[in-house]
Ligand binder design. Structure first.
Ligand SMILES: Nc1nc2c(ncn2[C@@H]2O[C@H](COP(=O)(O)OP(=O)(O)OP(=O)(O)O)[C@@H](O)[C@H]2O)c(=O)[nH]1
Ligand SMILES: [Mg+2]
Length: 406
């Protein structure tokens, strides 16, 4: 490590006092020769040093270029490289823990394991095809059993992966309901701070209020909306329009109503406005003033159920959140210990379906060497997960999602 000044060679101006770190190949992140300037962190300083090195012939790195170079030089496999991007993008501890498993080679190891097992089956069949006379006939049942179990394990991995995508991506959840039912109070309770104004005047919230919370490791953007009602107030009207936009953009809607007033016609009309494809939870608020003290779901009408909760006392909060996360498909996240990303899930799923299709060979009584075609294809899909069998365009697509300088 060298110490000195960064000097503009044209006019001799000292731009910064800095350290220069020299990393010789292959002992650097990219496995190439690398030098790193460590200058003072201020914006102007860094910018001026950057301009200077660029004017002297260096260029800015492309998004993900460092990691891509590390992969091309064999320092990292593709699953570890993807984990770096996931680690940087992690919005919750749980997301970063899952990314660390990938970075430690967890995804690679697991996929290579499946690949080995399939290669074993392939070798088993092909040995028979090549040296038919000298070996015992192939144990079709054993092969079938092993492949069936691989299919099941791959499917489980895909299910876990799709579920853990929620940890990475997060959810947008909108609190929707008539005025004064306690949406803002609920937002304040869930975010553990006085984020939104609460009054007993209907129409208090007029703008969309967003807050970030983390529930069971799932990053959630919670939206408080203006209570929807018929109004002549110009500002409130705009607020209600925004509520409708929030309904359209959310992953899940919590429809809040007032338990003391009961489920009214106006609530039912509002319910009709919610698109049928969005995850919905109906919540009856002000349970502290409701006679029935049990926290079990309340039947409104067949098939509508509501979770009782009190934004004031917090009763019913835990059951409501568990129900909400379950409905969003995020209930099992704590049990997952390996998280495939979307690209990896697609390939694992393709491998599983081609194997399933191949198993039909046995049912149809076709010669077993037909099955080797599917086996080879499945092995190829798995190879694409770890990058052993990956095209340049796929590589470019993966790295283009990285941030610059990583
Ligand atoms: N007893 C009781 N009162 C509550 C509860 N939640 C909210 N309130 C009261 O209900 C009134 C309305 O609460 P807000 O949170 O402002 O209701 P809102 O749905 O955001 O209303 P708008 O913004 O006008 O649409 C306030 O007086 C709150 O104190 C609750 O769980 N129990
Ligand atoms: Mg409000």
């Amino acid at each position: 490590m060298l110490y000195g000044y960064i000097v503009n060679p044209i006019n001799g101006e000292r731009i910064d006092e800095a350290l220069l770190l020299i990393m010789k190949a292959p002992r650097s992140f990219t496995a190439e020769d690398v030098i790193e300037f460590q200058c003072h962190g201020g914006l102007v300083c860094v910018q001026r040093v950057l301009e200077l090195v660029i004017s002297e012939g260096a260029r800015r790195a492309l998004p993900g270029e460092f990691t891509q170079r590390a992969v091309l030089h064999g320092r990292l496999d593709i699953t570890r490289a993807e984990a770096i991007s996931e680690l940087i993008g992690a919005r919750s501890r749980r997301a970063s823990q899952l990314a660390m498993v990938g970075l430690g080679g967890g995804v690679q190891k697991s996929i290579l394991g499946f690949r080995e097992r399939l290669l074993d089956q392939l070798a088993e069949i092909e040995a028979r095809v090549d040296f038919e006379e000298n070996i015992l006939p192939v144990d079709e049942c054993a092969i079938k059993r092993e492949v069936q179990s691989i299919v099941q394990e791959l499917i489980q991995l895909v299910v876990d992966g799709r579920c853990s995508a929620i940890v990475q991506r997060g959810l947008r959840i909108a609190l929707v309901g008539r005025p004064n039912v306690g949406k803002s109070s609920l937002l304040n309770r869930l975010s553990r701070r006085e984020r939104a104004i609460v009054t007993d005047i209907p129409g208090t919230t007029r703008d969309l209020i967003e807050t970030e919370i983390i529930l069971n490791g799932v990053p959630i953007t919670l939206l408080d909306t203006a209570g929807i009602q018929v109004t002549e107030d110009k500002v409130e009207k705009v607020g209600i329009e925004r509520s409708r936009e929030a309904i359209a953009s959310a992953d899940a809607i919590v429809l809040v109503f007032d338990l003391v007033e009961g489920w009214t016609l106006a609530d039912a009309i509002l319910l009709k406005e919610i698109p049928s494809d969005v995850t919905l939870l109906i919540v009856g608020n002000k349970a502290d003033r409701y006679s029935n003290k049990s926290h079990s779901p309340i039947q409104l009408s067949d098939p509508l159920w509501a979770m009782p909760v009190s934004a004031m006392t917090g009763e019913g909060e835990a059951s409501m959140l568990t129900e909400l996360l379950n409905r969003c498909g995020a209930g099992e996240i704590q049990e997952i210990n390996l998280a495939l990303n979307a690209r990896q899930c697609d390939l694992a799923s393709s491998a599983a379906s081609i194997l399933e299709q191949g198993l039909q060979t046995f049912e149809d009584g076709l010669p077993i060497d037909f099955f080797t075609i599917d086996l080879r294809q499945a092995i190829k899909f798995l190879g694409q997960i770890t990058g052993d069998d990956i095209s340049e365009s796929t590589l470019d697509r993966i790295f283009s999602r990285f941030c610059i300088g990583k």
